[in-house]
Write a protein that binds this ligand. Structure first.
Ligand SMILES: [Zn+2]
Length: 343
């Protein structure tokens, strides 16, 4: 075996299939090693499409392969571009024409994106044993839509996938929070600068500092989701109001009332409070009452949760999504520790 890691697959599949997959993968020419399709593996190994998909997905889990995304023209099916997860959303948002059929104003959806695989050169033969995936019902499709439905790929990972440079930037700004400053404005800016930075990493958000006329809002976010998928961000509307509170006191009911007022003025359906500590119980009750009354979403994120985003690769959108579920169910304990960290 060239890829020792793949030996783990022998638990689940015919040894000969895995051996021929290993050999085929090893001998794959460089120029096509970033565009391995499920159909290709299925025909090369003479196995069913579903089994090929399963073996490829297990190989991703084991670190031998990684996903690539082929953006196809909705009109003629021509592959316009093959990209990594970091670039996927930006490309979809910016591709307008197809060179092959000359169609314009293309509306690319998750059905037009085909999942491919790339050899992971950094992880060539690390001897990892890894674990196999459980309970996935694989379908006969290699579209991103199917991968979303089968929960193999999560939308949150497409819209929030910080680069290494962005991770470093996050750490730099996060470490400033709580340091001594010459005045209260500078202290307030610590948490606000960090929050704005992380909001800008979310591909569909456009964060703008609007601390101008009213001096009331810390950050206004435009939600520009442009991929037609059923997704929680769609429910939040186009304007999200973000307030930062860099103080040790817990955000209370007066503060929450004030933010509910701001949401109404801006006709916003969603507010996010970023604070050092959790809101008080009465504040959370206000948020829940407002949700029940007019579907307004007001959630709060604390310092320790941000710390997990910065240092433990917690997906910022998973955090927001879980907080919204908590609000809707009136849950008092953080669901994320069960939901987000399971693997
Ligand atoms: Zn075309």
């Amino acid at each position: 075996m060239y890829y020792q890691t793949l030996l783990t697959l022998n638990e689940k599949y015919d040894k000969e299939i895995i051996e021929s997959f290993d050999l085929w993968l090893f001998n794959l020419p460089q120029r096509v090693s970033d565009r391995i399709s499920i159909a290709k593996v299925s025909s090369e190994l003479k196995i069913e499409f579903k089994m090929a998909k399963e073996i490829l997905e297990e190989s991703v889990g084991l670190g031998v392969l990684e996903h690539r995304y082929a953006i196809r023209c909705p009109e003629c099916n021509h592959v316009i571009e093959i990209v990594s997860i970091e670039d996927l959303y930006d490309k979809i948002a910016n591709i307008n024409n197809c060179d092959a059929c000359e169609s314009e104003d293309l509306n690319i959806t998750d059905e037009d994106i085909q999942i491919l695989y790339k050899k992971n050169d950094n992880n060539y033969n690390n001897g990892n044993t890894g674990t196999l995936k459980k309970n996935i019902k694989y379908s006969d499709s290699d579209s991103l839509k199917a991968f979303f439905e089968e929960e193999i790929i999560k939308p949150n990972d497409i819209f929030y996938s910080p680069s290494e440079a962005q991770k470093k930037g996050m750490i730099k700004l996060f470490e400033k929070i709580g340091q001594e400053e010459k005045n209260t404005t500078a202290i307030g800016n610590q948490l606000r600068n960090f929050t704005e930075y992380i909001l800008r990493i979310v591909k569909v958000f456009e964060a703008a500092n609007v601390r101008t006329m009213t001096n009331e809002i810390d950050c206004l976010v435009k939600n520009k989701l442009k991929l037609g998928i059923p997704y929680f961000l769609n429910e939040l509307g186009s304007i999200i109001i973000v307030e930062c509170k860099n103080e040790k006191t817990n955000p209370g009911n007066t503060y929450f009332h004030k933010i509910q007022g701001i949401l109404k003025i801006f006709k916003s359906k969603c507010g996010i409070v970023v604070a050092i500590n959790d809101p008080t119980k009465p504040a959370l009750q206000i948020a829940n009452a407002n949700y029940l009354m007019d579907n307004t979403v007001l959630i709060a994120i604390n310092y320790d949760e941000l710390k997990k985003v910065v240092y433990e690769n917690l997906n910022f959108l998973d955090l927001i999504e879980n907080k919204i579920v908590m609000l809707k169910t009136n849950a008092t304990t953080y669901l994320g520790d069960n939901k987000v960290f399971e693997n």
